[in-house]
Each structure stands twice: as structure tokens, then as C-alpha cells.
Design a binder for this molecule. Structure first.
Ligand code: NAP
Length: 450
């Protein structure tokens, strides 16, 4: 029997390991949820009887397809595309597309599995899914990116629809890629179906605050978590990892709330900038020039230092916001953060903290927000984009941000209260998993055996 798993749940996990060999990130994501569900299966045996866990761990549909495309020199490349449609219990499959060379089925399944519970926590009508490709966009021209996106959508379009499956961005997929994907969908289907993709440009169906939403939401969640402990972000020293969409808008919101953000990073190393990250310069380099954080350090001058090939978590901080990728914050990183006095950690990225790291934070009493809760602001604002598309409306930035703040407060309070109700006060991991699971399990029960 696996340690930390309830005796009713342990055999289910063993079966999942057997049925999904080699999918280590998927195993990790499933295990993290199952470890917290013991009290739920004890209290609600009807979920065991209805085999809700077994059904939720098996995607409704998994698509894998060939994506051939031609580079600027005329050479042909063949990539692999994925879309895992995990759960349509609460609404159309909803979740981003990731373009990164590390993408494989196990990674897409881990992301899709987490997405089910995250989307349930928002309280909005969205199911769970995720997709992507092992295509590496780094160093590719705009024309190459466009040809790749067109080829990818030429297969994917037949599985999408505003009531069926609605992708968005993730690592390597931002506004530019969503534009090329939408253009090709429209061309093939001859339908201006705004609600089929989210993260669109503001003048063709996009929503205010969508670009900012994941980072803003993760910082708003952090502020709520600190408030519950009588603390705040004002004057706090914050370390952020990554320098993409989530990282940039986490930095922006943290600065707005009076924090001093001293780091950012990419896969080649990190920058420490003691006077506080110059956000305009970082946006210019990352969003406009598509450069590296080492360029930021060079242009910023001697206020900032670039430290190659090292972990950003060695920098002392009060609040850590891992916002790059999975398993980027290990047990020893967590121990270093705790030694340096970290008070709160919120996962802007999906599953950035290893299980050992999560244990270190729990034992040290650090406030810890799992990605399912902390980074749900992005998908929530995507659901608001779908709502605006359906009613052919568009809301102001201020109104949308107010909705986002309300949703993040609701998610925080739901996780907090659920953790208390199940005897795990302050445990946001248990609170998020249980609340998300209960919402989906109740709806699955109501919808019969599907
Ligand atoms: P992004 O704009 O593509 O930025 C990703 C950042 O992470 C880049 O700075 C990238 O550096 C870094 N990174 C990626 N892989 C890395 C690795 N293996 N090691 C070190 N650094 C790495 O992506 P994003 O949208 O900000 O997504 C970041 C995280 O947030 C992901 O876990 C994603 O699933 C999650 N998330 C995103 C959203 C959203 O709305 N975008 C919503 C919820 C959760 P390089 O340029 O060097 O690769």
C-alpha cells in the first residue's frame, strides 16, 4: 500500500500507475489530489460506490496528432500535437495549449487533470482539458510560428467549438499564437465563433484583464492568504521565477500592492535586482523584443545582476511566487527559502513545487497556495471572455478586474473554509483539492454514469 494514501484510495492509485506507465508528472498530480481525499471518501461513501475517482482519472478523450510544417529555409518538420479532453461535467473542456519541447502525453494529462479541479473552484461553467505540442517556438520567425499554428489547427479544429472545447494559451502560447490559431479556425469553418478560443486580441473578441489575469490573480490570492494571518504584501520582499506572462503580471500586481519584487528568471538563470524590478524594461525585452533576462540585467546596469544556471530560490525573500514551470522548486529550494524567513508561497505556475518542497513548507508553517487555487484567475477570466463573447458585449478593465478580485476572494474563502470543515485548518492544498473534487463529484453523480 502507498504511504499517505487512504486504504480505500491506495489500490486506485496503484491501478493508475499500472495503466499509465511512464507518465510521471500525471502520477505526481494524481497522487497529490488523492493524498487529501481520505476524509472525503470516509464522509461520502456514495462517491466511492459511484467510482468517481476512477472515472475522473481517466480522460473522456485523448487526441494525439501529427503536425507537419515547413521552416523558412524550406525544410519540413514533424511535431506531435495533443489535446486531452478530461472532463465536461461542469462545462466545455477548458484549458490552455503549451508549446515547449518537453511536452508529452504525461505532461498534458497532469495539466488537464489539475485543470478539472481548478476550473471547478472558480464556480464558473467550465470543464477541464489541456493540449499542446513538443514544438519549440524559441528562435522561430513569426512566419514559422504562423505556419506551425495553422498546421496544428488544421487537425484540432474538428474537436473544438464554443460549447465543446475552448483552448487558451500556456507556456509558449500567447496573444500572437492565439491570433494565428483563431484565424485558421475561422478560415476552415467559415464561422466567426469568438467563443472557441480565449486570450484573443482586444479588438477582435478578447477580454480586458485576460493577459494580466493569472499573475494578478495569484498575487490577489497571496494577499488574501496573508490577510487571513493578519499580514499583508506592503513593504514585503518578493521573489518571482519566470519572466513570461504569469511572472510579468505577478510582478505588476505585487508592485501595485506595495511589495518590492527583486527577481525574475528564465531557463538560463535568474536576475536579482535589489532596487526592485523595472517592469517597463522587462516588458520591453520580453513582450516586444522576445529577449532573455540576461539582456534585462545588461540594460538595467549595475543595479541588477544575472546569475546563470542557478536557482532563484537562493535569494532571501518574504514571499515566493514560482511562476515558470513544473517542479522548479525542490525540497532543498524550499529549505533555503524557509531558512531565509519566507512567510508565504503561491504557485503562479502549475505544480512548480515538488512534493518534498510542499512538505517542507507545511512543516515550517509557511502559508502555501497550490496552483489549482492561486493561478485560477487566468481561466476564470477566460470564462468571463466566453461570457462576453456569448452576449456580444465587452466590459471595461475596471469592471473585469473587480470580477477577478471577487473570484479570487471566493476561491480563497472556499479553500480556507473547506480545509477547516475537514479538520485541516490552514491547509490550502487539502482545501482546494477537496472543494474542487466535491463540486465535480456532485455534478457527475447528478448526470448519471457517463
Ligand atoms: P510563458 O509566458 O511561456 O513563460 C514561461 C516562463 O517560464 C519563461 O520565462 C520561461 O523561460 C520559463 N520556463 C519555462 N520552462 C522552463 C524551465 N524548464 N526551466 C526554467 N524556466 C522555464 O508561460 P506562462 O503563460 O507565463 O506560464 C507559466 C506557468 O504558469 C506554467 O506552469 C503555466 O502552466 C502556468 N499557467 C499559465 C496560465 C496563463 O494564463 N498563461 C494560467 C495558469 C497557469 P524560457 O523562456 O527560458 O523558457
Amino acid at each position: 500500500m502507498s504511504a499517505n494514501l487512504d486504504e480505500k484510495i491506495s489500490p486506485l492509485y496503484d491501478a493508475i500507475l499500472r495503466r499509465n506507465p511512464g507518465e510521471i508528472e500525471f502520477h505526481q498530480a494524481v497522487r497529490e489530489v488523492l493524498e487529501t481525499l481520505g476524509p472525503v471518501v470516509a464522509k461520502r461513501p456514495e462517491f466511492v460506490h459511484a467510482k468517481i475517482i476512477e472515472r475522473l482519472c481517466e480522460p473522456e478523450r485523448q487526441l494525439i496528432f501529427r503536425v507537419p510544417w515547413t521552416d523558412d529555409s524550406g525544410e519540413i518538420h514533424v511535431n506531435r500535437g495533443f489535446r486531452v479532453e478530461f472532463s465536461s461535467t461542469l462545462g466545455p473542456y477548458k484549458g490552455g495549449l503549451r508549446f515547449h519541447p518537453s511536452v508529452n502525453l504525461g505532461i498534458v494529462k497532469f495539466l488537464g487533470f489539475e485543470q478539472i479541479f481548478k476550473n471547478a473552484l472558480t464556480g464558473l461553467p467550465i470543464g477541464g482539458g489541456k493540449g499542446g505540442s513538443d514544438f519549440d517556438p524559441k528562435g522561430r520567425s513569426d512566419a514559422e510560428i504562423m505556419r506551425f499554428c495553422q498546421s496544428f489547427m488544421t487537425e484540432l479544429y474538428r474537436h473544438l467549438g464554443e460549447y465543446t472545447d475552448v483552448p487558451a494559451g500556456d507556456i509558449g502560447v500567447g496573444g500572437r499564437e492565439i491570433g494565428y490559431l483563431f484565424g485558421q479556425y475561422k478560415r476552415i469553418t467559415n464561422r466567426y465563433e469568438s467563443g472557441v478560443l480565449t486570450g484573443k486580441g482586444l479588438n477582435w473578441g478578447g477580454a480586458q484583464v485576460r493577459k494580466e489575469a493569472t499573475g494578478y490573480g495569484s498575487v490577489l490570492f497571496t494577499a488574501e492568504m496573508l490577510r487571513a494571518r493578519g499580514d499583508s504584501l506592503e513593504g514585503r520582499r518578493v521573489a518571482v521565477s519566470g519572466s513570461g506572462n504569469v511572472a510579468i503580471y505577478s510582478i505588476e500586481k505585487a508592485q501595485q500592492l506595495g511589495a518590492n519584487v527583486v527577481t525574475c528568471s528564465d531557463s538560463s538563470g535568474y536576475v536579482v535586482d535589489e532596487k526592485g524590478v523595472d517592469l517597463e524594461l522587462l516588458k520591453q525585452i520580453k513582450e516586444v523584443e522576445r529577449g532573455r533576462v540576461s539582456d534585462y540585467a545588461l540594460r538595467r546596469g549595475h543595479d541588477a545582476r544575472f546569475i546563470p544556471d542557478s536557482s532563484v530560490w537562493e535569494v532571501p525573500c518574504d514571499v515566493a511566487l514560482p511562476s515558470a514551470t513544473q517542479n522548479e522548486l525542490t525540497g532543498s529550494d524550499a529549505a533555503a527559502l524557509v531558512r531565509n524567513g519566507v512567510r508565504a508561497v503561491a504557485e503562479g505556475a502549475n505544480m512548480p513545487t515538488t512534493p518534498e518542497g510542499v512538505r517542507v513548507f507545511a512543516e515550517a508553517g509557511v502559508a502555501f497556495a497550490p496552483g489549482k487555487a492561486a493561478n485560477a484567475g487566468g481561466v476564470a477570466t477566460s470564462a468571463l471572455e466566453m461570457q462576453q463573447n456569448a452576449s456580444r458585449d465587452s466590459w471595461t478593465f475596471a469592471h473585469t478586474e473587480e470580477r477577478l478580485a471577487g473570484i479570487m476572494r471566493h476561491i480563497h474563502d472556499t479553500c480556507y473554509e473547506t480545509a477547516e470543515r475537514y479538520g485541516r485548518p490552514g491547509d490550502y492544498v487539502a482545501g482546494a483539492n477537496i472543494a474542487g473534487f466535491e463540486a465535480v463529484a456532485e455534478a457527475m453523480t447528478a448526470q448519471g454514469l457517463i
